[in-house]
Every structure is written in C-alpha cells, then in structure tokens.
Design a protein around this ligand. Sequence first.
Ligand code: BF8
Ligand code: SF4
Length: 692
Amino acid sequence: MDDVKKDGAAAAAAKSIDPAALEMLAHADECGIETAFSRADTMKPCPIGESGACCRICSMGPCRLVGKDAEQKTGICGADMATIAARHFARQVAGGVAAHSDHGRDMAMTLRAVAKGEAAGYKVKDEQKLMAVAGYMGIATAGREVNEIALDVADKALEQFGQPFGEIIYTRRATPKRQALWRELGLTPRAIDREVTEVLHRTHEGVDLDAENILRSALRCSLADGWGGAMLSTDISDILFGTPSPLSSEVNLGVLKDDQVNVIVHGHEPTLSAMLVEASRDPELIAEAQAAGAKGINLAGICCTSNEILMRYGIPAAGNFLHQELAVLTGAVEAMVVDVQCIMQALGPLAQRFHTQLITTSPKAKIPGAVHVEFDERRAPQTAAEIVRMAIANYPNRGPIHIPDYHEPLVAGFSHEYLNYMQGGFHRGSFRPLNDAVIAGRVRGLAAVVGCNNVRVTQDEGIVEMIKRFIAQDVMVVVTGCAATAGAKAGYLSPEILDSAGPGLREVMEAIGIPPVLHLGSCVDNSRILTVLTQVATEGGLGEDIDDLPAVGLCPEWMCEKAIAIGTYFAASGAHVIFGVSSPVKASTEATRLMTEGWERLVGGDLEFIPDWDEMFARARELIDAKRAALKLPAYDPTQFGASGDSLYFAAIREYLVAHDEVATVGSPVYPLAEGHSHDHGHGHSHDEGDA
Ligand code: BF8
Ligand code: SF4
C-alpha cells in the first residue's frame, strides 16, 4: 500500500519540476478534472507515427513501415523509409514556417495600417528601429516622414512573402560567407510563401522522392522563417511596440491576484495584447473593476504573447505552454484571451467548468465553447476595452479559487540592440567584450535554450537542467519562448542567480552588468539569436561564420512544428542543434544520417535528437569544446578565474528589487536605456512617456 502511494507520488512528481504545477495537478485530481498531463497517461504516442514510419500522403495508404526489416520495406508506391521520414519532416518544417511567417505578415499588415493612419491606438514607437530596418531594406530615410518610411517598410516586408523573383532580403544580414554558401547550394530562400508552397508540392504524392533533396528543400524553407518571417516579425514588433530593454517582473501562477480581475492573454501576437496592457491601466476601467468589488485589473500572460508583453511592458507571465489549463483551474481567471498558436482545444470545455470566459480573437482561430471577439486593428482600443469589461462583468461570478503561491522575480528584455548598447554605449555598441571573454575562456561558449513544454517529458526539467549546467560551467545562456518561462519559474532569470554561474562567466557578467541567462523574447525572437550570433562571428577573433563559433542550440522539450522549423533554420545557419523528446525521423537511419553528418558537411550545422538530459548536455559541451579547439582557443579552465568579488552593480539591483516591492508584478526598468530609446514603464513607475 505504501509502495503504491510512493509510486503515485513519484508519478505525480515526474509530471513537472514546477511546484505550482504539481499543486494544481493535485487540485485537478481532487476536482476530478482532466488536463493534458492526465490525458497523456491514457493516450500513448503512436509509435509508428512518432518515429516517422507512417505515410498518409495518399489514400492508397496510410502505409506503415514496421517490423525488423522496416527499412527494407516500401509503401505501396515504392516510397522507402528515408523518403517517408524526410517528407514528413519537411512538412513539419513547412507548417512551422507558415505559422511564424503568417504571424510576421500580420505584423506587417498592422504596420501598414499604422503608416496609413488606419490603426487607432498604434503608432511607430521606435523610430530608431524603423530607420535601422529601412536601412536593411535599402529604403531611403533622409528628409522623409516617419509614416512614409513605415509604409515602405511594411510594403517591402509584405513583398517578401510573394515576390516572384529575387531573394529574401534579410538573408543579406547573414555573414558574407554564409550568403555565398547558401547561393552555391541553392538554399537562399526566394519568397516565404513560395518556399512553403514548394515543400508542400515536393512532398505531395509522387514528386520529390529523394530524401536528400527533400531535406534540402526543408533547409531552404526554414531559412524563409529565420531570415524571413520570424525576423520581420521581431523587427516590426520592435518598431510598433518598442525594442526591449531590461526590466523586472514576475513569473508563475502566483502572479494571479485573489482580489483583482485577472485577465490572461495567451497565444503569440502582440497586437491586441499591447492594447490590453493599456486597457488594464485605464483609470476608468480600473474604477469599473472597483465598482464590481475588485481591487483592480491584473493582466498576465501565457506562452509567447506573454513573452511579447513581458519584454516590453513588464507584464508578469502566469506560465508556459503546460500552464494554460492550470491557470483556468485556479478559478481566478475572469477572461482568457487567445489569439493564435499553442492554444489547446481543451480550454473550451475546461473554461465551461469555471466562470472563466474564453475569448478567441483571431479569424484564423476559433474554439468551440469560446466567445469570439474579433480583433480589428482599426478599432483595437475599443476591442480591448470591451474585453476588459467582459472580464469585469464576470468577476462577481467567481466560485472558489485556488491560486498556488509561487511567483519568482525575473529580469527580461535583452534585445540584440540592448546587448550592443550594454557592451559599448549607445553610439559605440559592440560585442567586443563578449568576444574577448570567449577568446580568453572566461566564457566557455554560448548556448541557446529554447522551445516548448511537452507533456511526454517532465515539464521544465530538461530546460532547467541545461541552463543550470551550462552556467555552472561558464557557458552563457540565452533563452526564448516557453523555455525562458521555464528558466524564470525555476529562478534562473533572476539577477540573484549570478551566484550559480561559474567563476569566469560570473566575472564577465559582473563586468558587463548582465545576468548569465538572457531572456531574448518570444519564439519569433529566435531571430534575435541569429542576429547576435552573426555579430559575434563578424566582430572578429572567433572565425568568420556561425559554424565557427563555440555555440549550440538546444530545444529539450520541443512540441510543435514551429520548433522543428526553428531547429532547422539554426542548422542551416551553421549551428549545432540538439532536440530532446524524440526524433521525428528516428525510423530512418538514412534520414537521421542526412540531418546530422549530411547537413554538417553541407552547411556546418546539424540537427540531432537526444532524449536523455545527461547525454544532451555532454554532447553540447563536446560540440562547444570542439569549436574552441578548432579556433585554437585555450581549453576551458575554470581554475583561472574567480577572484572577482561581489559586484556592486548586482548588489544595487538586489537593493532596488527589495526596495521596490511592487515592481515585482508591474515591471519597471532595471537598467534604463539611454535617451532616445523607447521603453515602456509599468504603472507605479510610469514616467510621462511623452516620447522622451
Ligand atoms: O512559440 S515555445 S509551446 S508558446 S511553440 Fe508554443 Fe513552443 Fe511555447 Fe511560443 Ni514557441
Ligand atoms: Fe503509401 Fe506512397 Fe501513398 Fe505514402 S504516398 S501513403 S507510401 S502509397
């Protein structure tokens, strides 16, 4: 009996390392409510589909290549295992690229409407970024009105989707060596929609039947995301909402307030959520909330919409992907407002068991059981106010609530621009200090830990394990997406964490004045990592291209097609990338070989799948050290460093955080940027923005 109890506790603990999640899962059990966690117990993954051995591209199948001699078998049309696995993989890439890039297109559409004066409530907030982007696009700026330039930028961005000729313009932001390599290999993406369409065409029944060729088209398609749709999305979001600079906030379900109207935004796009930030701070609406018996309006986020408004406004994050149902289970959410991507259909029936109003806002994404309030950029402030009023009206309907008392402080908001500024001042930005630190061995290398939660592995465990081990061994870490939220929940995005960093890394971070784990934003902001790596490669001393750098990308808990697209564009850009969970081409040794050795020979980067955390870390470290050796840099030796003492800089941050109790939930500038750079401050610390 005791054993059974112990097994039960162990099984529960295996679901997440986050105590807030475990508390809510126990609560769900008590209430007899199922979640993705419990459904995963009964819904085992289909082993044939999971490994890439099932083809359902035509109705002569589905053909399942199984058994000991599976790799010798073919489908009815003769397609072999490598073709079937590669085709499936390429379609995943196309799906991911389509999702990110369509998000980018919507951002460009909003910018266009703003430029034409048709989008009430929005404006070009970061003119400096607009000028930089116009520069990348070859658009004249001298003597022109801001909105004129913005219109040209929006049109140029939209051209990237369907231009009949030419190359995606942002590929020119890669190193000259990389651009030449892509051209030589025919990998330079031509237009975003075209690359997605072409992959779907090639992988239609009976077209491209050569696994190597199929995977090459996947590489090109992914580049249309990394150096196309996603990068455009990041840039245009910065133009409209401000380029992030560091600020503090809080994370985890404990950011929900028992005495306030809680509104959660979930999904990916910053357009409506930015308006909800304004609405939640509107004195008139706050007064209405108070009239309804609440103390105020509390906005919090889930998934990447959360990252977008955390990075720019300091809005707290209620959690990552697997927290979406748990947030509703608190009973304290008056409205959950969703846009696109990573939204579980389960929210519909779940919300109906509570008072929570689930609100869909995108014409592309409706959910049974939700109310649809369509986002229209021409009347976004009104839509936001309408939504907040729905939440206020719902406040008196609250039943019993259960908010787990877990909330961690974090610092977020590290854009590529800020990293430059931080290392050289506003007019002399550079990456020299970081490059020098890598060359000297104080920083062993760089790691990007990105991506999702996946219920097939312990929530947050792989992500946090990687972050923890990397910084302890002097590898500087950047995080995005749900991985950033996971790291933050575990306390790794707090300035305090400097104490967990290795001696060399600690020395450098103290000198530059940044924490060892940098939150770079949402998943489209993985494009910021490409920009950072490119600058590190061109700064000098670490080779000439991304594939020379002691850097790795990890996606321990990947879940969706977007993650696959991201991993592929990093590989195509020259990075070694390791994913966890399981490989979608596992059934084919040939497809696996092509994506590892094959891609490494072709583009210098590769994509590996390693489900075991120890092995994943060991491999990542091996890859970093091999690059150091190839660059003839000194081998990593932590005993050389560590006489740094305590940083006054971080002591000041700690003091600031203690003294400004309330900043923990409203966001505030921890490191204010130089004049001329846009920054939004949370209430409680609001300066008169006045476009200063
Ligand atoms: O785009 S990390 S679960 S929320 S897909 Fe989704 Fe994955 Fe989270 Fe952000 Ni990215
Ligand atoms: Fe089977 Fe070929 Fe049809 Fe795929 S395309 S389902 S392998 S017959």
